[in-house]
Design a protein around this ligand. Structure first.
Ligand code: SF4
Length: 118
């Protein structure tokens, strides 16, 4: 089986072909210009990950707070991470980079603020 994947690591956007065994293991990656593409293709075919961005309400602020994960988390956990964010209570002031929720769902990734709110 083959899968086509576009590398998103740089603007070149190499189109790669991933050959998979019947059990779903990556056999080969072609079409990548550099090793980062092959690593991305292998990750996408085994355990795809994504950065998550969101906005959450802040007590006392008319403006919501934009947040993001500090590193990619398994794509399958996105709905659960969003549910966790729905339970977070944040109040002013907030600083950019402040950890809003540490080690979300034991992923090793923190939810951090991306802006200051005073
Ligand atoms: S394989 Fe390398 S050159 Fe191609 S898009 Fe990915 S990072 Fe860029």
């Amino acid at each position: 089986m083959e899968r086509m994947i576009t590398c998103i690591n740089c603007p070149v956007g190499c189109r790669m072909t991933v050959a998979l065994s019947e059990s779903g293991e990556v056999v080969s990656v072609t079409g990548n210009t550099c090793p980062r593409g092959a690593a991305y293709a292998r990750q996408e075919c085994t355990l795809p990950e994504r950065m998550i961005t969101a906005v959450i309400p802040v007590e006392g602020s008319p403006v919501p707070l934009s947040v993001k994960t500090s590193k990619p988390v398994p794509k399958s956990l996105i709905p659960e991470v969003m549910r966790e964010l729905g339970h977070v209570h944040v109040s002013l002031p907030v600083s950019a980079g402040q950890v809003i929720l540490g080690n979300v769902l034991e992923t090793g990734s923190d939810i951090v603020a991306t802006r200051n709110l005073r």
